[in-house]
Design a binder for this molecule. Structure first.
Ligand code: PAF
Length: 278
C-alpha cells in the first residue's frame, strides 16, 4: 500500500529523501477520474508524486457543505496508488491550523469575481492552505484542474508573485461521457438532478456554438447560455465571460475569454467553464 504521511514531520522526512523532481497534486479527497488524470500527468513527468488529502475548513463558508463533504479515504488511497502516486499526505485540522493560527495569504482583485463574489473568504482559504502545502511539500510542479479555472489562475498568480520556486500546471477538465464535468460534489446528485446538471455544460456548449457562428458580443453570448441554463437549474449563481488571463471585464470577445458558470441543482452548487477563442 502507498505510504500515507499523517504528520508534517512524516512529510518533511519523506521530502528529504527525494532526490529527483516532485510533482504535487493537492486535493480534498473524494477523488475521481479528474484527480487521477492529474496524478497520472504528474507521475509521467516527475520522479515522485505526492497527493495531499485535506478537507480545508477555511475555504468553506458558514452555510456551506464542510460537514457533509464526502470523505472516502480508503478508496482515495487506492486511486492514488493506481494512478501512480508515490505518497499521500493526510494532515488533520489541528496540524494545518494550530490554535491561534493568524496568518493568511490573499490574492486581491481576481478573487472578488465569479466564485469569490458568492463565496466570500473562499479564495483566502484556498491560497492560505495551498501556500502552506507548497511550503511543506516543496514540489517542483503542482497540478490543478481547469474545471476550477479561477482557482488555477489565482494559484498561478500567487506562486509567481510570491516567488515560489515551482511550476503551476493547469490540466484539462475531465468529463463524464455525457459532458458533465467530474466533481466530488456530483455524488450529492440524485438521478433527476444529475440529469438537470447537464444544463451547465449544455449552456457552455450553446455559448461556444454562438461564438463559432461569429457572435462576439458578450451580452448576446451570455444570453445564449442562460437560455439553456436558467430553465433547468434551481438557481443560476453566474454565467460570465471574462478575460481568460486576468478575469477582467470585457464586452466583446477578442483574445482568449473564459466562459464560466456556477449554478445550484437542488442544494448542490456546481461549476464548469470553457475557453473561447485564442
Ligand atoms: O481544488 C481543491 O480540491 C481545493 O481547493 C484545494 C486546491 C485542494 C485546496 O484545498
Amino acid at each position: 500500500m502507498i505510504p500515507s504521511l499523517a504528520t508534517i514531520a512524516d512529510l518533511r522526512q519523506w521530502r528529504a529523501r527525494q532526490a529527483g523532481t516532485v510533482g504535487f497534486v493537492p486535493t480534498m479527497g473524494a477523488l475521481h477520474e479528474g484527480h487521477a488524470s492529474l496524478v497520472r500527468r504528474s507521475a509521467a513527468k516527475n520522479a515522485a508524486t505526492l497527493v495531499s488529502i485535506f478537507v480545508n475548513p477555511t475555504q468553506f463558508g458558514p452555510n456551506e457543505d464542510l460537514d457533509k463533504y464526502p470523505r472516502t479515504l480508503e478508496a482515495d488511497l487506492r486511486l492514488c496508488e493506481q494512478a501512480g502516486a508515490t505518497a499521500v499526505f493526510t494532515p488533520d485540522n489541528a496540524m494545518m491550523y494550530p490554535p491561534g493560527f493568524a496568518t493568511w495569504v490573499t490574492v486581491e482583485g481576481m478573487t472578488d469575481k465569479l466564485c469569490g463574489k458568492s463565496r466570500p473568504g473562499h479564495f483566502r482559504g484556498v491560497t492560505t492552505v495551498v501556500a502552506k502545502l507548497f511550503n511543506l511539500a516543496q514540489p517542483t510542479r503542482a497540478y490543478f484542474g481547469q474545471k476550477d479555472a479561477q482557482q488555477a489562475l489565482v494559484l498561478t498568480r500567487m506562486a509567481i508573485e510570491l516567488d515560489m520556486p515551482l511550476e503551476v500546471i493547469t490540466c484539462p477538465t475531465v468529463r463524464e461521457a455525457d459532458g458533465l464535468a467530474m466533481s466530488s460534489r456530483n455524488r450529492y446528485l440524485a438521478a433527476p438532478d444529475r440529469q438537470r446538471a447537464l444544463a451547465l455544460f449544455g449552456a457552455l456548449q450553446a455559448v461556444q456554438a454562438a461564438f463559432k457562428a461569429g457572435q462576439r458580443d458578450v451580452p448576446m453570448l451570455r444570453q445564449a447560455g442562460l437560455a439553456i441554463l436558467t430553465p433547468s437549474v434551481d438557481r443560476v449563481d453566474y454565467l460570465e465571460i471574462l478575460n481568460a488571463h486576468d478575469l477582467g471585464e470585457i464586452t466583446t470577445v477578442q483574445g482568449k475569454a473564459l466562459c464560466a458558470v456556477a449554478a445550484f441543482v437542488g442544494t448542490t452548487r456546481l461549476i464548469d467553464n470553457v475557453i473561447l477563442g485564442g
